[in-house]
Write a protein that binds this ligand. Sequence first.
Ligand code: MG
Length: 350
Amino acid sequence: MARVIMHVDMDAFFASVELQRHPELVGQPLVVGGKGDPSQRGVVSTATYEARVFGIHSGMPLRTAVRLCPDAVFLPVDFTAYRAASARVFEHLQQVSEAFQPVGLDEAYMDLSHRQADAVALGAQLKRDIHADTGLVASVGIGPNRLLAKIASDLEKPDGLTHLTADDVPGRVWPLPVRTLHGVGPRTAERLATLAIETIGDLANMPLARLQAVFSARHAHTLHAAAHGLDDRPVQTERVRKSIGRERTFQQDCRSSGRLAYEARVMLDDVHGRLQQRALAARTVTVKLRYRDFTTHTRSRSLGAATQQIDALAEAVEQCLFAHHLHRAVRLLGVQLSGLEVAMPDRQGG
Ligand SMILES: [Mg+2]
């Protein structure tokens, strides 16, 4: 069966998270890297598109970046903030498919082979949901394998949504520089240049035997296959789930705290059923509310130990709910269980 793989890649992720905290910097060239002091050692982690215009890119020494654009604003990296933003983004991915493979904080692959027909619509919806919830922009690529999905997500960055099929490879992939291919680093690119290979198309048209004269048999084969858009690496999903949850958007904003409490309990019962099915226990309960103005707030309660007891979980849900401002109109309600552990059947029940 043909596969459908989606690659989600956040645009200028670290810099975008910083811009949310420093909205006054929007539109200015911004560089996030090291300690944020370009007179010290350190490299660029992320630069906004306004800074990239000056030739600044990830991995470049901060000193070079400040020479290219003396007016750029430099900020230190703050992984705590990026991890928190990343967790929120990945929550949305999990709503689409439980089978996703994170790559660092701002990228992930998903296998959507079971949803062939609506993969593009799912990608569009995912981009909208991530943006509505976090204010961050994602580029989404869809393809028959990881290689093409990743190339696709990069093709129309930022804010891209690109679908590549095997038929698109000659027209859209072959003109790209060979460095675009996964696994082609600077050293491989240098050796390819000795064969006059600059683009992926050059590589695709090179007889395998000539590649084998320069590279090991295995490497030559991988390069040849990649240039033809072939890649059979699976999406490797994490074996142990980190959370189980449900969300619901109301047809009409909900203004009644009684109704919210009722809906939260219905959702908890559903989530609890899945917890039991998987023989797991949960330590932390999180209730998420999105208000009419699209601001989203979450409240969590952690129990002393992971449990499967519905009463204890329900009480924690109620505590979370009433820690929210229930006088506001609510458009989305979410209930999530995390801190999952394998349940101890002899000590825990219903
Ligand atoms: Mg990215």
